[in-house]
Design a protein around this ligand. Structure first.
Ligand SMILES: Cc1cc2nc3c(=O)[nH]c(=O)nc-3n(C[C@H](O)[C@H](O)[C@H](O)COP(=O)(O)OP(=O)(O)OC[C@H]3O[C@@H](n4cnc5c(N)ncnc54)[C@H](O)[C@@H]3O)c2cc1C
Length: 815
């Protein structure tokens, strides 16, 4: 007889480390009526053969959060659930071969310190004292992570499973899920043991997540790589040292050579991420098998040769060891290498916790995040970097394969701000792509749409090599400055394909929208910024609300926010409303025309009433095409956004471009726009605006209408207002060196950490390095001097008055 229950609150599909941790955390949150279905034995997917490294290092704030949480959970898990585990905290040494790599390390040391971790930088001598077998040629320094270690992945999974079971959750093994359907607001999950109904479902199927996704009509953006490590026989010298020292060697990561080397008993384990990597199950002659439980790919030693030779030069005792075994297993990759944790896009009551490339070290944190998504609909930390909705409709298999291979081959690469990765490009092109390319545009994709970042002149160095810097200077700097100054003194035009746009229309639309945003819904003919808060008053998103009629709006938001924001709106719309809500992003295009000459340029090509004021919009005609022109400027100058049908983009661009020539019109890119907006203190999505902060902390109270009887987040914001905010959004000017402050740079005062930056850039109109950030409330007073830590060095900074640095009274856009 089947032991499958007929009903559960949550069904998790997949019993690897991540599925088990999700079950454990759901049960811990009190949701014990949860069932995990595993098609084979627990750990049958990637988990059983994982090397089990548990680093805390990440240059991403949210991923570091997850890994830090995992490491601390693993320390206490064994005794907590009474399941002893092999978990060795050995520390790790991450080797750096360049100045830029050390800068990266110093930045991570700063982030780690902020998260309560004591990471450190080592000199070559210090490395050798911790790792006596190390050769230090070509090294500039290293990062020491005392929390790094390794765990037995199977024991970890079993411990989490035991903990979950002990709390009342169920695990059914040898129970493959074969189908899913929606019935009466429930999921019905089919297995050979029968059907189970549930409120919520979680896809935790690892490298089979795409197959499971299909059961829900969801195309999971992922691919599968082959990943290997080599185990070596005992090395007598290492055994002798280890016994005498009474410890294992710290794990070594040579990130610039792209491998890790770990002591395994008295031998070694070498795991490279090879440039000449291999994808699997991507071609008709290599189909994905029905089942791959507890299986491996054949060894492929040729691919590893270069790495092996390099490792032997770094740690010569390795050269004396015999090779004992190669493990070559499937490892799933999302296009950016981060996992998918969160709502399954477009599918009700369904979640994803899958496609982990570091699923052992992330399982603990991922389970916590997943459980929060399911039980609360929101997470403690902003988890956009792992949110499945960061990908939309452009991630077909070709794209996923190209990106997966690129990321795998550059697993440890530094992600420099002016380096735009080349794989998977040109997914979505603006109709004027070729025109702006001919003007020198250097492109980067936003939600698949290629946008100009800056415009190069013919002799500019646009090589990859030139971009390998964290610094402000480079071939782009002069050009970005020229673009900013053209916008300041004459006019600039920026093509913005893919601006996300939702049409909201019908009776009750205004009232519904008013209940969702903190502020006032604009009157017809006007446009306004709107902030959406969650129940804790935290910033979910920002949209521009363009009111066409009393109950007819266009909601415009960031390109990358498309599925996230649409999902938020849909989630809060009940079935019985009379209005419609549609995603019409693909039908429209937008070009920004801004600068003091923009009125004169528009006057030559359009019939619009250009005296209409700031925050108004009107229908106009340019080059015989209808468009909606909106009197706003994210650049903080006189200007209009020209919204058109996609097919009219070229005609309108050509007309404006031609008319603009005698007025000094120049094309400008996203890099210039970022510099221009930061001078105005305008917030950027998922940097300055994230669920890590409340609307009040974010300095957005002027967008809160307290007189509204209710709106989402109001109660929490009222409470916060009464108690007073603990930290506050500030604009800082920084006496920076060669780099401006990146996201999450630490703010210091009197030797104490007092806040963090949320974005930073150089302002070419004001000639200063600017950072936006969150500062302890008592220090958030104009004139207050503090310090900002940028790549390990501290620089003086001043808190500026709560107004834009450029044109504080906003006279220029309102001119
Ligand atoms: C060689 C190698 C070394 C690695 N080393 C490390 C490391 O050192 N550190 C680290 O953090 N990560 C490492 N990884 C990655 C790590 O193994 C994975 O990220 C992790 O195991 C993923 O766990 P998971 O639970 O998401 O998926 P999996 O372990 O793959 O679990 C998914 C489960 O879903 C089940 N399933 C699939 N389809 C169905 C269905 N239809 N119905 C029911 N069940 C289903 C599968 O049987 C499987 O048990 C390594 C990977 C490889 C290949």
């Amino acid at each position: 007889m089947s032991n499958l229950p007929s009903h559960a609150r949550v069904v998790i599909i997949g019993g690897g480390a991540v599925g088990a941790s999700s079950l454990y955390h759901l049960a811990k949150a009190g949701w014990t009526d949860c069932v995990l279905l595993e098609k084979n034995e627990l750990t049958a997917g990637s988990t059983w053969h994982a090397a089990g490294n548990v680093p805390t290092f990440s240059s991403s704030w949210s991923i570091m959060n997850m890994q830090r949480y995992s490491a601390s959970l693993y320390r206490e898990l064994g005794p907590l659930v009474d399941y002893p585990m092999n978990y060795h905290v050995t520390g790790s040494i991450r080797l750096g071969h360049s100045r830029e790599r050390l800068q990266e390390f110093k930045r991570v040391v700063g982030m780690g310190r902020y998260q309560g971790m004591d990471l450190d930088i080592l000199t070559p001598e210090e490395m050798r004292s911790r790792y006596p077998f190390l050769e230090t040629h070509e090294l500039t320094g290293a990062l020491y992570d005392p929390y790094d270690g390794d765990i037995d992945p199977a024991q970890l999974t079993q411990a989490l499973a035991k903990g979950a079971r002990d709390m009342g959750a169920k695990i059914i093994r040898f129970c493959p899920v074969t189908a899913a359907r929606r019935e009466n607001d429930e999921w019905v999950i089919t297995t050979p043991q029968g059907e189970i109904r549930c409120e919520y479902v979680v896809n935790a199927a690892g490298y089979y997540a795409r197959e499971v996704g299909k059961m829900f009509g969801r195309d999971v953006p992922m691919m599968v790589m082959s990943h290997q490590y080599i185990l070596f026989d005992e090395i007598p010298e290492l055994a002798a040292w280890s016994k005498e020292a009474g410890r294992k060697l710290p794990l070594l990561r040579d990130v610039d050579s792209s491998y890790y080397l770990r002591q395994e008993k008295y031998g070694m384990n070498l795991g490279p991420y090879e440039r000449n990597c291999r994808a699997h199950w991507t071609t008709p002659d290599d189909p994905m098998p029905e089942d791959f439980s507890f299986q491996l790919f054949p060894d492929d030693l040729e691919r590893l040769e270069w790495y092996l030779n390099d490792a032997v030069e770094r740690v010569p005792i390795l050269g004396t060891a015999g090779l004992s075994r190669v493990i070559n297993g499937p490892i799933p990759y999302a296009p950016d290498g981060n996992p998918l944790i969160g709502p399954m896009p477009g599918v009700p009551n369904a979640f994803e916790a899958c496609v982990f490339t570091f699923g052992i070290c992330q399982a603990g944190g991922a389970g916590k995040v997943l459980a929060e998504w399911v039980t609360e609909g929101q997470t403690e930390w902003d988890m956009w970097s792992c949110d499945p909705r960061r990908y939309t409709d452009y991630t077909d298999q070709d794209y996923c394969i190209a990106k997966g291979k690129e990321i795998y081959g550059h697993e440890y690469a530094m992600h420099f701000p002016k380096h735009y990765w080349p794989a998977g490009r040109n997914r979505k092109l603006s109709p004027i792509h070729d025109r702006i390319a001919a003007l020198g545009a250097q492109f980067k994709p936003y939600n698949g749409w290629e946008r100009a970042m800056w415009y190069a002149k013919p002799d500019d160095d646009i090589s990859d090599t030139a971009t390998q810097t964290w610094g402000r200077e480079g071939p782009w700097a002069k050009r970005i400055e020229e673009e900013c100054l053209a916008v300041r003194d004459a006019a600039g035009i920026l093509d913005l394909p893919g601006f996300s746009r939702f049409r909201l229309k019908g009776e009750g639309a205004r009232e519904w929208l008013s209940g969702l945003i903190t502020g006032r819904v604009p009157k017809p003919g006007r446009i306004g910024l709107a902030y959406f808060a969650d129940d804790k008053g935290r910033i979910v998103t920002e949209m521009s609300v363009m009111a066409i009629e009393e109950d007819f709006f266009f909601l415009i938001t960031a390109a990358t926010a498309q599925w996230h924001d649409f999902g938020w709106l849909q989630k809060h719309r009940s079935a019985d409303v009379a209005f419609t809500l549609d995603d019409v992003t693909v039908n429209f295009a937008c070009q920004i025309l801004t600068g003091p000459k923009s009125r004169a340029i528009l006057a030559e090509v359009s019939d619009a009433d250009l005296s209409m004021g700031w925050l108004t919009h009107q229908t106009a005609e340019i080059a015989g095409r209808y468009c909606q022109i909106i009197r706003v400027s994210f650049a903080g100058e006189l200007g209009w956004e020209i919204h058109t049908k996609v097919e009219d983009t070229a005609a309108i661009f050509d007309a404006v471009w031609e008319a603009g020539q005698k007025h000094g019109l120049k094309p400008f890119g996203m890099e210039a726009l970022d510099s221009l907006r930061i001078e105005k203190g305008y917030r950027a999505w998922k940097g300055d605006l994230s669920t890590d902060y409340t609307v009040l902390q974010g300095g957005l109270e002027r967008f809160v209408d307290w007189s509204k009887p209710s709106f989402k987040g109001k109660a929490a914001l009222e409470r916060e207002k009464q108690q007073g905010v603990t930290k506050r959004f500030v604009t800082l000017t920084v006496d920076a060196g060669e780099c401006d402050a990146p996201y999450m740079s630490t703010l210091w005062s009197d030797g104490q950490v007092v806040g963090e930056t949320t974005s930073g850039n150089w302002g070419y109109r004001v000639g200063k390095s600017i950072a936006l950030g969150m500062l302890r409330a008592d220090l958030a007073v104009p004139g207050q001097e503090i310090e900002v830590e940028i790549f390990g060095d501290r620089f003086k900074a001043r808190v500026e008055p709560d107004q834009p640095l450029w044109d504080p009274s906003n006279e220029r856009p309102k001119a």
